[in-house]
Design a protein around this ligand. Structure first.
Ligand code: MLT
Length: 412
């Protein structure tokens, strides 16, 4: 009989969002009437239609596929030149960051890349994650065997957890022990915090001196409203030599269902062989892409390119403005009831301290039962998330206003 990958057996319950969906389904089955009036502020999934510029570009691309003369089959695994060029120009060169087109790898999303990147790293690395954390970073390490079992609190043996608390403004401190790989995410999911230039400089200097590599997830960078906050880790000198950046079109262009993102891996980024020799990682990631991936669909890449057109940029700004407007409405409603509220200013997530005496799953259950609003319990993101809950601002304005009204009615 075949043998399974036992590392999967170490994973706790289900992935957070399916678990929430299961509880919500159960509630709706028990009480179908109330189930109908649910307002979902749980998973960070966009609700608004794709920008018209994207739709037009995708329609045009489909038409090209409809005729033999303009038809395209397999594309370059790493992404079409037109999209890699648009990304390099608009995301990096405009910020005076020198990224070559072939250092950009277009993929079906940053969640996949954050997991897939582990393919090119050894099992010897000591890995640090922040706490609370986007569960994908942890679970993908568990799956490939980089951890031992979870303890009763849910923390995995072998991982270094960097607490993000109210005291450090939800930005982790530099670890006191040696780590080789560290996951950072700014604007942060779930806390909505951002890192200042100075804080990112500390991280880059640390990584350069320790020979560590930062996995920098910047999926929410387009929500940054404060001009002094860096959008890319590569705005920090030296970061090309110590960081891999993950980006997404999900939360700016609304591509959560369309699927497109990209990873930037500079040719100057090195890691050690078991013999202690420094080697570039770029050829390995490139090789992985060519072997395990056949590229993102042509119409999708044309759609992503359209995000960078003048009209596309204006449409994206308006979408972001819409979600940030929701964040403001939701944050204010909770603040007005005396809750302590963080984030939501440079991020589509609001991180709220649970009222005294409530665990984060108790808040989840109370909001579901009393006012039929779905949130995400903070503990689902890690031990330090206990005592908090996350409210997603991805919603229609009508639903955000309705959720805000209902938050005000809750008697804690
Ligand atoms: C979230 O709610 O944290 C996100 O939607 C998850 C994701 O982007 O995969």
């Amino acid at each position: 009989m075949a043998h399974l990958n036992e590392h999967y057996l170490k994973l706790k319950a289900g992935y957070l969002f399916p678990e929430i969906a299961r509880r919500v389904r159960q509630f709706s089955e028990e009480d179908p009437e109330q189930g109908k009036s649910l307002v979902r502020c749980g998973i960070g999934d966009v609700t608004e239609a794709l920008p018209p510029a994207v739709i037009e570009a995708m329609h045009r691309a489909i038409d090209e596929l409809a005729s033999r003369e303009t038809f395209r089959g397999y594309g370059p695994e790493q992404g079409y030149e037109f999209l890699r060029h648009a990304i390099a120009e608009n995301e990096y060169r405009k910020r005076s960051i020198d990224i070559a087109e072939d250092e950009i790898f277009v993929s079906d999303g940053s969640k996949c890349d954050c997991g897939n990147i582990l393919d090119i790293f050894s099992h010897q690395n000591r890995i640090a994650v922040v706490d609370p954390v986007y569960p994908v970073y942890v679970d993908t390490n568990v799956m490939v065997g980089h951890t031992g079992p979870a303890d009763p609190s849910g923390a995995y043996e072998g991982l270094v957890y960097l607490p993000c608390t109210k005291n450090n403004g939800f930005v982790p401190e530099i670890p006191s022990e040696r780590v080789d790989l560290v996951y950072l995410c700014f604007p942060n999911n779930p806390t909505g915090s951002v890192a200042t230039r100075g804080q990112l400089e500390c991280w880059v200097n640390y990584a350069l001196s320790a020979g560590a590599i930062i996995f920098y997830d910047a999926a929410y960078e387009s929500y940054i409203t404060e001009p002094e906050i860096p959008h890319s880790i590569y705005e920090i000198p030296g970061a090309l030599e110590c960081a891999i950046e993950f980006r997404s079109f999900s939360k700016n262009g609304g591509f959560t269902g369309v699927r497109c993102g990209f990873t930037v891996l500079s040719k100057s980024l090195m890691a050690l062989t078991s013999g202690g020799k420094k080697k570039a990682l770029h050829p390995l990631w490139n090789r992985r892409f060519s072997t395990k991936f056949n590229g993102v669909g042509y119409p999708v890449q044309r759609g992503a390119q359209a995000i960078y057109s003048q009209v596309g940029q204006a449409q994206v700004r308006s979408l972001i403005g819409h979600y940030l407007g929701n964040a403001q409405i939701l944050a204010e409603s909770m603040r007005s009831t005396g809750l302590e509220v963080f984030g939501g200013r440079n991020a589509p997530y609001i991180w709220v301290a649970a009222p005294t005496g409530y665990s984060s799953w108790q808040v989840f259950d109370k909001l579901l039962r009393d006012v039929q609003v779905v949130i995400t319990p903070g503990v689902g993101f890690g031990v330090q998330g206990e005592g908090y809950f996350r409210v997603s601002a991805f919603n229609s304005r009508e639903n955000a206003e309705e959720a805000a009204r209902r938050f005000k009615k809750v008697r804690w």
